[in-house]
Design a protein around this ligand. Structure first.
Ligand code: ATP
Ligand code: MG
Length: 251
C-alpha cells in the first residue's frame, strides 16, 4: 500500500525543508520505496535533496502538446507520457524525485492532464511512500493528488499570525473536502517554548510536532547545499526522526 504524505502551509514556513527531511528520514529507514514529488513550481526541493538538472513533468506535457508528432505511433500518447515520466524520475540513494514544474505555452492541456492524473496515480501506487511538497496557495491545492492522502502535514512558524494562518489552512482543507487519514501540524523554526498539547487541543489535528530552529539548516540552504549534509546531532533532523517514529512506528 502506498502512503501519500502531503506537505502544505503558508509561503516560507518550511514546507520544502520539512519535505526534504521527511524524504531523507524515510529513505534512511528503508521501509519502502520513497518518491519525493516537487509540486510547487517555484520550489527548490531538488536543491534541498541535492539533485540538479532535473527534468519536469511540465516539459513533457509541453513537448507532447506542441509536437504531437514526437509521439511514436506504435505507442499512443498515454504510454508515451508514462514512458517519459518514468525516464525523468531521478533515482537516488534511497529515494526518487519527480518535479512537476509549471506548464507555460497556451493551449488546452485537458486531455494531457487527464492522462497525467492517471499516470501519477499509477506511479504513486508503485512506491511505499510519496512525499508531496505542495504549493503555498491552497487555491491550487490539487484534490487529485491529495485525494488519496494518508497524512496531511501543515507547516507553520511559531508566531500567532503564522498559527492563525495554519488554522485557516486546516479549515480550508475541510471545506475543500480533502480527505486525509491523519492531519498533523508542524511548528517549524521553533525558538520559544510552546506546549504541543495546548496547540493540539486548539487545532483539530491528530498530533503536533515541534521542529526547532536549526542553524545548520539555514547554513546549508544559504549555501545551496543539500540537507543530507546535516550532522547526526542536527536538531531539525532529530525532530523529524522522532516525528517519523510517532507517525510511522517501526515494527
Ligand atoms: N528548522 C529550521 N531552522 C532554521 N531554518 C529553517 C528551518 N526550516 C526552514 N528553514 C529556512 O527557512 C527558509 C524557508 O524554508 P523553506 O524553503 O523550506 O520554506 P517553504 O515553505 O518551502 O517556502 P516557499 O513557500 O517559498 O516554498 C529557508 O531558508 C530554510 O533554510
Ligand atoms: Mg518550498
Amino acid at each position: 500500500m502506498s502512503d501519500v504524505i502531503v506537505i502544505a502551509g503558508k509561503g516560507g514556513t518550511g514546507k520544502t525543508t520539512v519535505s526534504a527531511l521527511i524524504t531523507l528520514m524515510l529513505a534512511k529507514r528503508r521501509a519502502g520505496a520513497v518518491l519525493a514529488v516537487d509540486a510547487d513550481p517555484n520550489s527548490n526541493l531538488s536543491d534541498a535533496l541535492g539533485l540538479s538538472e532535473v527534468g519536469t513533468i511540465a516539459d513533457i506535457i509541453e513537448e507532447v502538446a506542441r509536437s504531437p508528432e514526437t509521439v511514436p505511433q506504435s505507442m499512443g500518447k498515454d504510454s508515451f507520457i508514462e514512458y517519459k515520466i518514468h525516464n525523468d524520475i531521478s533515482e537516488n540513494d534511497g529515494f526518487d524525485l519527480l518535479v512537476m514544474g509549471r506548464p507555460e505555452g497556451p493551449g488546452c492541456y485537458c486531455y494531457i492532464n487527464n492522462v497525467l492524473r492517471n499516470v501519477m496515480a499509477k506511479l504513486i501506487s508503485e512506491y511505499g511512500f510519496s512525499v508531496i511538497d505542495n504549493e503555498a496557495g491552497l487555491e491550487h491545492f490539487s484534490r487529485k493528488t491529495t485525494r488519496a492522502a494518508g497524512e496531511l502535514i501543515v507547516v507553520s512558524d511559531e508566531s500567532q499570525v503564522g498559527l492563525r494562518s495554519a488554522e485557516r489552512i486546516i479549515a480550508l482543507i475541510d471545506e475543500l473536502g480533502i480527505a486525509a487519514k491523519k492531519r498533523f501540524l508542524v511548528v517549524n523554526r521553533q525558538q520559544t517554548p510552546l506546549d504541543p498539547q495546548t496547540v493540539k487541543t486548539k487545532f483539530a489535528v491528530d498530533d503536533v510536532f515541534m521542529v526547532p530552529f536549526d542553524k545548520e539548516v539555514l547554513d546549508l540552504s544559504s549555501k545551496g547545499s543539500p540537507l543530507s549534509g546535516l550532522s547526526e546531532s542536527s536538531k531539525a533532523r532529530l525532530a523529524i526522526e522522532a516525528m517519523g517514529d510517532r507517525i510511522w512506528p517501526k515494527n
